[in-house]
Design a binder for this molecule. Structure first.
Ligand code: ADP
Ligand code: MG
Length: 555
């Protein structure tokens, strides 16, 4: 067949607007994040250009300002960044889905990456049409002799562009809010969005003013009011802890950053892990181990994901290993693809690497904490064991590393590593099949008689009471050689090779027969329990009732 014609397919803008409005982002509120990201990019670009001598202007201390005009039903986002010339507006704004950020990155390559540019979907600006019926751009380039430009668009492909009066460099975006989006005229709603998405963005963001109380002048009278003044209300912290070097931070800085992240959390974190990697992917962040005892609310105060200091989500499923989603903190990575589904994310190579990096860092930190101050680590064990035990079950590499920091507490309040424990029991806790037997109790109160008996015989008894421990025991039994677990009240204990002579019952043989018969009758025929009289330490109890270990774990 003949080719009739070749050419470029033009995506019709007519069709794209309704799409943007409906499907671009399910959450309309992200328009503000996108516009502030653009304002931040424009400011960082200027910073970069001045630093390499390509822009001969004073960079100064630029701000981004968000202003509400209630009467005019308008929202203003104003920056002091590079601005745009008429050509640039035509190129960067009119060409929907043409990402200027990507072009800038291409041009400045790695230098641009270091500058921390945010945008890369090329639809960010147009998300403003999710909430606005009309959008204006007033912009003036940092380049001298470039006239300011006024661009207006009413949500359809027609736009107007003309020269404008604007003397200072930068861009002002004016949103004429649609009737169904007037909630964004509420100060509280905007403050909520700024706190959610922009709290740690790198350029200061001003939203209104606040009254600052000044110290009283010298010689002021007791009841003279303290002087006040109006200052810019800056809603963000442009230099959050995770963007700083660990060597520049102290313990108290990490704690106060935790408070900044979770203002409603009054509990102190147990310890932190500062993440910082730039090869083969970029990732920074701080993870905290919270106290996990008591009510664990996993839905609240979760790990937050950022990209270049812009909040993206607090659903880090697929990015952080599942067992670590119980932690808190921040991870920031420009290398996590966001415009894809979760299932794709889990299969993505880069994301897999990120997930295993995080798991490794956590294991390393735990190893170091244990080595550096064993006592302090042991004190935290009860609060952190759930995460560690869960990690040992679900992550092979973590399981291997955990030999260095997983602890096995005894009923006597001692804490052993696996290796230490084996050392302790090797000599005497071996059964007739040559297996090393780890005795454990799951309930100190209910099993105290058995615990006492085993202790009196010189056996070590572990106190393993977390709900996933049965699974962990099974895992240890299958991965460690010659090992089995037996609860103190299991029949197993009787098969151990003992240090002392077997205890002998004080009852006569006849008495023993009768008692045994009565007990067995009481337990019922189908019972899995066994009555033992002869194997007892008669000072503790006159008899024991035991049950096979496998029956225990089925319950
Ligand atoms: P992206 O940010 O992914 O590049 P956007 O649709 O958000 O895509 O923005 C398109 C382009 O418009 C930007 O890359 C930038 O060149 C330009 N632009 C948008 N907002 C501003 C602004 N406030 N100042 C200067 N240029 C801007
Ligand atoms: Mg953008």
């Amino acid at each position: 067949t003949d080719t009739m014609a070749t050419g470029k397919i033009n995506v019709s803008v007519d069709n794209i607007f309704p799409l943007i409005k409906k499907f671009l982002y399910s959450d309309h509120e992200i328009f503000l994040r996108e516009l502030i990201s653009n304002a931040t990019d424009a400011t960082l670009k200027l910073k970069h250009l001045t630093s390499i001598g390509e822009a001969e202007v004073e960079y100064g201390n630029p701000l981004i300002e968000v202003k509400i005009d209630k009467e005019g039903k308008k929202l203003h986002i104003i920056d002091q960044g590079i601005g745009m010339s008429e050509e640039e507006v035509k190129k960067y704004i009119n060409e929907v889905a043409f990402s200027g950020a990507e072009e800038f990155l291409d041009k400045y390559k790695d230098a641009g990456k270091d500058a921390g540019i945010i945008g890369h979907f090329g639809l960010g600006f147009y998300s403003s049409f999710m909430v606005a019926k009309k959008v204006e751009i007033l912009t003036k380039s940092f380049r001298e002799d470039t006239p300011a430009v006024h661009w207006t668009c009413e949500g359809n492909p027609e736009f107007t562009i003309k020269e404008a009066e604007k003397s200072d460099r930068g861009t002002e975006i004016i949103l004429h809010l649609a009737e169904d989006s007037l909630e964004f005229l509420e100060e509280g709603r905007i403050r909520e969005l700024l706190t959610k998405y922009n709290k740690f963005m790198p350029i200061p963001i001003k939203f209104g003013t606040r009254t600052e109380t000044l110290p009283k002048p010298e010689g002021a009278k007791e009841d003279d009011p303290a002087p006040t003044r109006e200052v810019d209300n800056i809603i963000n912290n442009p230099n959050p802890a995770w963007t700083q070097k660990p060597t520049d931070l102290e313990e108290k800085d990490y704690k106060s950053f935790y408070r900044e992240l979770y203002p409603m959390q009054f509990e102190e974190p147990l310890f932190h892990i500062h993440l910082n990697v730039d090869y083969p992917f970029n990732l920074t962040g701080i993870l905290y181990f919270p106290k996990l005892t008591g009510d664990i609310n996993l839905q609240k105060d979760r790990i937050q994901l950022y990209q270049n200091q812009v909040f993206v989500t607090d659903n880090v499923e697929g990015i952080v290993p599942e067992f670590l989603t119980m932690l808190r903190g921040v991870i920031d990575s420009p290398d996590i693809p966001l415009n894809v589904s979760r299932s794709y994310l889990q299969a993505d190579g880069a994301v897999k690497k990120i997930s295993s990096y995080i798991s490794r860092k956590v294991a390393d930190k735990l190893t170091a904490l244990f080595k550096d101050d064993r006592e302090a680590y042991q004190e935290k064990w009860n609060d952190i064991k759930i995460v560690i035990e869960y990690g040992m079950l679900s992550d092979e590499k973590f399981f291997e590393k955990a030999d260095a920091f997983a602890l096995y507490p005894t009923v006597d309040g001692e804490y052993f590593t696996f290796e230490e424990l084996i050392d302790k029991i090797e000599a005497q806790q071996t059964d007739k099949d040559g297996k090393r037997v780890l005795l454990y109790a799951s309930d100190r109160e209910a099993q105290h008689a058995y615990i006492d008996t085993a202790r009196a015989k010189g056996y070590q008894v572990l106190l393993l009471d977390s709900p996933i421990v049965p699974h962990l025991m099974q895992k240890l039994e299958t991965t460690k050689e010659n090992l089995s677990f037996a609860r103190v009240d299991a029949d197993h204990i009787d098969k151990l090779i003992r240090k002392e002579e077997d205890a002998v019952s004080k009852l006569s043989e006849d008495e023993q027969e009768t008692l045994k018969g009565q007990l067995e009758k009481a337990l019922g025929e189908k019972s899995s329990y066994t009555v033992q009289l002869e194997a007892m330490d008669s000072d503790q109890a006159p008899f024991v009732i035991t049950e096979p270990e496998f029956m225990r774990r089925m319950k």
